[in-house]
Design a protein around this ligand. Sequence first.
Ligand code: ATP
Length: 872
Amino acid sequence: MGFTYAKEPRENPQAPVASTSRPKPRLPDLPPIDLDDFEPSPPPRTNGKNKAGKKQADVIVLDDEDEDDDDEMEMEEVEPAWTSRPAAAEQRQSVEGENEEDEEQLAKLDVELASLDEQIKSLRQLRATLQSDRSDISNRIQARRKTAIASQPTKPKAPAKGAVDYTKSNFPWSSQLKTTMKQVWGHQTFRPSQEAAINASLAGAELCAILPTGGGKSLIYQLPAILAEKGTTIVISPLISLMDDQVYNLKAKGISAEQINASTTQEEVRALLKRMLGNEAKKGKGKAAKHFDEDEQDPPPKLVYVTPERLDKSKTFMSTLTKMYDSGLLVRFVIDEAHCISTMGHDYRTSYQALRRLKALFPSVPILCTTATAPASVIADMLKTLALPTKTSPGEAALPNTTVLFSSPLYRPNLIYQVLPKPSAAAAQVQAIIDYIEETHKGDTGIIYCLTRADCENVVRQLSTSSVRAAVYHAQLENDEKLRVQDQWRRKKIHVVVATNASFGLGIDKPDVRFVIHHSLAKSLSNFYQESGRAGRDGLQSDCVLFSRAADVSRISTLIYESYHSGGKEKLFEMVKMCEDLRTCRKILFARSFEATHSSSSAFAAEGGDEPCQHCDNCLRDPSTYESLDISHHAYRALRILSAAGKQSATLTLPQAADLVRGLGKGGFSTQTQGSKGKGKGSVDVNEVAGGKVTLDKDTCEAMLMRLLVDGYLVETFHGSEFSLTPLRRLLSSLTSLVRFAAAYSVIAYLQVSSRASRFTRISPEDVEAEGLLVELLMDVRVSGKGKGKGTKRKATAEPKKPKAAPAKKKTKVQEIELDDEEEEEEEEEGFFFEDDEGQEDDDVADAEEEEALLASGMTEEDGFEVYSRRD
Ligand SMILES: Nc1ncnc2c1ncn2[C@@H]1O[C@H](COP(=O)(O)OP(=O)(O)OP(=O)(O)O)[C@@H](O)[C@H]1O
């Protein structure tokens, strides 16, 4: 090398030329010409001009001594491109070299531009998100202003023409109502909305009664059922346990009530259907008469409980109803726990959709819906599905051709709510429950709700080592075993039923349940209200305790993944927010949730108005036991680290993500890329990407990640992985195609950063150091002066270094954590437990899937088996 060829002469050859870093030019020896390499047609040299018509520079021979910095450029000027083959080759080489450099530059610029485009795209997305947040908040402000104006007292309107006030007690049946209630049920007075709803029911109105858990909804249809001169009331109920309970209680009062479920033999079903056709069939001449057994002495039942699947699938049952209808023996249809139409009817219990047929086939039979948790949207869905009038009117001014609505306050002052932190180790979790029961409710009747069958069994196993007598109850138990457990519980032979909420929730009515414990979060606030509502139905003070832990959120997400993106997530997050709130009265939190959507403004407010209840954990909480922790910088680091890991397709569950951002496992994590031995591995330098690790303790860090998830900085993605089919799942799969792929896959939820996270992640650690963060995140955390036990030391967290020029922030105390030093060191060394974590989730999903599969297939508990295996 040493010189290059000028493609074009400089316009001013005398002009100074910028020096280059190349070696000083030397006058080259002319190399021998290689003819083989000689090009046949060198570039034309015409009149000293180049192609562009510009004059070529003359050849200048430099004196050797004249080796100054300009030499090279001079050489460049004098050496034409075609002078020799080797020179041309070198020129080509050099041009190629330049092109390569430029192409490299181009590629680099392309990468940079693409990265800018990506950033612009994500900033645009972030902008849109923030703008949408802004308009949500602004709409909320507007809505509150409007509500405030609307709630100003206005002149009461005169009732519309033709309106009926069902709250009066001057109906022809009024005195008989009270007498029968006293005689049969022993109740002295009606509870709110009971009498009015019964009046409307007896007047033949289509109606919907929304009363609190334990509010006495059953009486609303049971009393009119026994007052009917003839015929049967058909109650459509979602759960066998609920039907068992109702039928058991009715029979105990001498009321003729039956149910049809999986344990009802075909013989029994046939006999019952004949009884339902009753004397009319006996007297008649048609087919019904032929079926009637002369020896059958039992009178027709006043109430028959069935599942929606029975109505949907059993032709014999439907044809019996048709005969009853023709004979005037169908008194009323009752849809108990009617919110299930909307909450289950679209996915798991599609037979609920078949209830639409009732109005079409039996138009003159009134329908009564009862529920404790039906927001306006659910009511609308319910009415539409049942083909009832979508126009509603209130019970005190009911209009013809409308669905009449009754509601009474959902707040139950005798229930004392509290949320307690759940320990991380399984044994410690159950021990906390044992301690609570032994200290507060020794010998009392209660329920413990768990997420999965495996959880139930673990809890019962450990309870058996204590003084608490407990039994397990879940969908896979044999029906006899279920009945035995319920019976023993009713007779106080056992204190506690440990149940999955899907199997032992709705409608369980034992008056003296003194406590309901949630071993894990409920799937929604409305589930929590329903499940905890099993307590204190006799009106006496009872406790509702929930043990909350961030990692449970991900467990639940995987259990509800099918409905996660169609409302499940929002419901779960609402539940999480309630648990994380350490300040607001639980009654007010429930009220906000229900009133936001409840059709009646009285949902919670009526009793005590908007005043705090003064007896929940938040009302009684000592302000010195919690504090507001500024988690902005922890959140920044966590999101930067997770974002970097995400770029390597990391697969991180919430606990794994917490470990990673806390710097455990030396920044290593599993990735989606499959290596020869399974998953691939990735790693991230937490100091480089985030300026350091998150210095919160494990629990607080997990709580922070959960908060970032709920606030939308993180998102969960679901991944299915195959696992072997258990015999039960295989059986289910073979029984119905409705047991979807859930039966053969486990689902894991991984955390990823969302576009919203770029509020944090787009700023480099240096900029954060220099300028601080724009976003501030505060989180309430519990603090306690007490140690955890023997060997426990109190230790203050090292807060991430605050930025020098950070904007002034609310002053917060440095959080103190109680963590055993040794434990901490062990964690550091051991790093991750990927397999264990996922194994746990696999188990969860397997359990829940079996439970859900029964529901999904329309085979709610054993009834479903009956539907599919013993077709009528
Ligand atoms: N008027 C009344 N006076 C006293 N007790 C009543 C009255 N009405 C109902 N009860 C009692 O209240 C308890 C709850 O009633 P019921 O099972 O009908 O509640 P529910 O509204 O169906 O509740 P859930 O929605 O939680 O199933 C029962 O033990 C019942 O006997």
